[in-house]
Design a protein around this ligand. Structure first.
Ligand SMILES: Nc1ncnc2c1ncn2[C@@H]1O[C@H](COP(=O)(O)OP(=O)(O)OP(=O)(O)O)[C@@H](O)[C@H]1O
Length: 263
């Protein structure tokens, strides 16, 4: 069975195949439709590179990358992305930042002028869903880091992507804000049902949010193991303080320590 996101035998070298950096080699993974997948691994193992391949920002030198049954040959328009740095445009209001993908991604781009009111409502509804009701007219620099990251998630989701790619989106936040945002993410995923791939260094974050965790080797990265996470949903945040939860975090930590030692 092929996954909604399907990478097979992928190799990616930066800066020329002869003397470049081999980032990924023999990477194979398949993420099912609607699944919340997390990718963890030693620093520099190629996690961000994997995200660039799955969103079509780069092409592999060997192997195949498919999304929704189609070989990825350019930027994947059904994907939304959010990174550690929200990078909001400071001269646009929060609402206008959230609306930005609609000015770029088809078919929304052609419809935006005609259906502006409906799109505005959609963006405002998303802001409300992440706890930012009434903040649309503020500029990003008037928001806290956690609020900016909430708005960033809205921007990644405003064009209803079937696939959401998250690269360390909560990494720069304090522990309390991070836990709040995990719950926001949990609820958005439950409500919208998009397929998600989350790259994170935070094993608690991975275990709390994911249905399945892919563990990568040290560079050149490949998937060395998959761990299914069966906690029922919706998952209360207190789960992260339970013994069974911490056992899984500890188990994953062991795999990564082994991968680092084998490098
Ligand atoms: N544009 C680039 N040019 C050359 N080498 C690169 C480039 N981007 C990444 N690399 C190298 O490829 C390897 C994988 O990088 P990547 O950023 O994918 O790893 P990562 O797992 O996301 O890292 P981290 O855990 O530190 O965030 C690293 O050795 C990195 O130095």
């Amino acid at each position: 069975m092929t996954g909604f996101v399907d990478l097979r035998g992928v190799r990616l070298t930066y800066g020329g195949t002869a003397d470049g950096t081999l980032a990924l080699d023999g990477l194979t993974m398949a993420v099912n439709k609607g699944e919340f997948a997390a990718v963890v691994g030693p620093s520099g193992c190629g996690k961000s590179t994997l995200m660039k391949l799955a969103t079509g920002l780069m092409r592999p030198q060997a192997g195949t990358v498919e999304v929704a049954g189609k070989e990825v040959a350019g930027p994947v328009s059904i994907a939304g992305m959010a990174f550690q740095n929200p990078s909001m445009l400071p001269w646009r209001t929060t609402l206008d930042n959230v609306m930005l993908p609609l000015e770029i991604v088809q078919p929304h781009r052609s419809r935006l002028k005609r259906e502006r009111e409906a799109y505005l409502k959609k963006a405002e509804d998303l802001l409300a869903l992440v706890g930012l009701r009434g903040f649309g007219q503020k500029f990003p620099w008037q928001l806290s880091g956690g609020m900016q990251q909430r708005a960033n998630l809205c921007r990644a989701l405003v064009h209803d992507p079937a696939l959401l790619m998250l690269d360390e989106p909560f990494g720069a936040l304090d522990a309390f804000t991070r836990e709040e945002l995990w719950q926001v993410m949990r609820d958005l995923h439950a409500e919208k049902g998009f397929t998600t791939i989350l790259v994170t260094h935070d094993l608690r974050e991975a275990v709390y949010l994911a249905d399945r965790i892919f563990v990568m080797s040290a560079r050149p990265g490949k998937v060395i193991m998959e761990r299914k996470i069966d906690f029922p949903r919706p998952r209360p945040i207190d789960l992260t303080y339970e013994a069974g939860f911490n056992d899984i975090v500890h188990e994953l930590r062991g795999y990564i320590a082994e991968a680092r030692a084998a490098a």
